[in-house]
Design a binder for this molecule. Structure first.
Ligand code: IPM
Ligand code: MN
Length: 365
């Protein structure tokens, strides 16, 4: 596998370093040959190359089997126009790779249940997957811009039947390997794009009689996520709604730092933690690398198609938490076992290899 590494900005650099370590070690164990190529994106790329998504980075990504990204965003560039900011690097990357389906799983981890902002009895048993459309809607719709004297600004929310169909198919296929329920989220009481969304998703659902479909308005969905999150299986939604709901869903697990994402459906798959560059804690070796490491598990699953390797990483995350290790973001009160980013990386290498060895012994008997 050829993997292009885009650590990006802020804590992206620290967490990606640990994620790459785990990937190398687990790949070595399973004799998967991995070649890494590190490139610049975001603020780091603006500083060194004058562009948030340099041509060199684009070329390297298009040659890879998958891209592993850290995070993008740097307050140094807060005053720049949207089209010059670090974030545009990420949007251009997504567009170049072509992945339109952003998968963001969020599940209750029993050993972390006390870290959830929800009461344990509300959050317990939650296991959901947000399927977020990633290349359409307000993020990319034209026309967009300001009027001449900047007294007005506008963006366009636009969706075609084809764009809705292809993301709906991914949601229904995902639901088939889960609990067979899709909640399609829209604002069909107000928006035309949502009317089309609802009609199209309903039509696609006819090919999946074994999967239950429900429709929810986005405001109601936001409410159900905090009052009854375990009612959800797959949440299918458009780009901006998915952006907002996935932060909400992620933080229910205890920390944004825990969550991973995969972007599939295009030429090249993209893996990134859901969290951002967190400039306030960058460079202090205290960020949680588990979201980045969980993204490695998704890479091993979807791109490498290596079930055992993916499982070893997932089991290791579960075990390291059960053993009581916590980074600061998920440690409550005056917790004793607080570890740094790099210590969590050390532990994860050890636990992943242990899980791999156990599953290896198990599968060879
Ligand atoms: C995310 C981020 C990005 C998005 C930003 C950094 C452009 O918030 O991946 O959720 O809005 O998609
Ligand atoms: Mn977001």
């Amino acid at each position: 596998m050829k993997i292009t590494i885009l650590a990006g900005d802020g804590i992206g650099i620290e967490v990606t370093r640990q994620a790459v370590r785990i990937l190398s070690e687990v790949a070595k164990f399973y004799q998967i040959i991995v070649e890494f190529d590190e490139q610049l994106i975001g603020g780091a790329a603006i500083r060194e190359k004058g562009s948030p998504f340099p041509e060199e980075t684009r070329r390297a990504c298009l040659k890879a089997d998958a891209v592993l990204l850290g995070a993008v965003g740097d307050p140094e560039f807060d005053d720049l126009l949207p089209e010059q900011r670090p974030e545009i690097g990420l949007l251009k990357l997504r567009q170049s790779l072509g992945g339109f389906a952003n998968l963001r799983p969020a599940a209750a981890i029993p050993s972390l249940i006390e870290s959830s902002p929800l009461r344990a009895e509300v959050f317990e048993g939650t296991d959901l997957l947000i399927v977020r459309e990633l290349l359409g809607g307000l993020y990319f719709g034209q026309p967009r811009g300001f009027n001449a004297d900047k007294t007005e600004a506008f963006n366009t929310m636009r969706y075609s039947v084809e764009e809705i169909e292809r993301i709906a198919l991914i949601a229904f296929e995902s639901a088939r390997s889960r609990r067979k329920k899709v909640t399609s989220v829209d604002k069909a009481n107000v928006l035309e794009t949502s009317r089309l969304w609802r009609e199209t998703v309903t039509r696609v659902s006819e090919k999946y009689p074994d999967v239950e479909l429900e429709h929810l308005f986005v405001d109601a969905c936001a409410m159900h996520l905090v009052t009854n999150p375990s009612r959800f299986d797959v949440i299918l939604t458009e780009n901006l709604f998915g952006d907002i709901l996935s932060d909400e869903a992620a933080v229910l697990t205890g920390s944004l730092g825990m969550l991973a994402s995969a972007t599939i459906g295009g030429k090249i798959d993209l893996y990134e933690p859901v969290h951002g560059s967190a400039p306030d804690i960058a460079g202090q070796d205290i960020a949680n690398p588990l979201g980045a490491i969980a993204s490695v598990a998704m890479l091993l699953q979807h791109t490498a198609k290596h079930e055992h390797a993916a499982e070893a990483v997932e089991t290791a995350i579960k075990n390291v938490l059960e053993a009581g290790y916590r980074t600061a973001d998920i440690a409550r009160g005056n917790y004793q076992n607080v570890v740094s980013t790099s210590e969590m990386g050390d532990l994860m290498v050890q636990y992943a290899l242990e899980a791999a060895n156990i599953s290896y012994a198990f599968h060879s008997v």
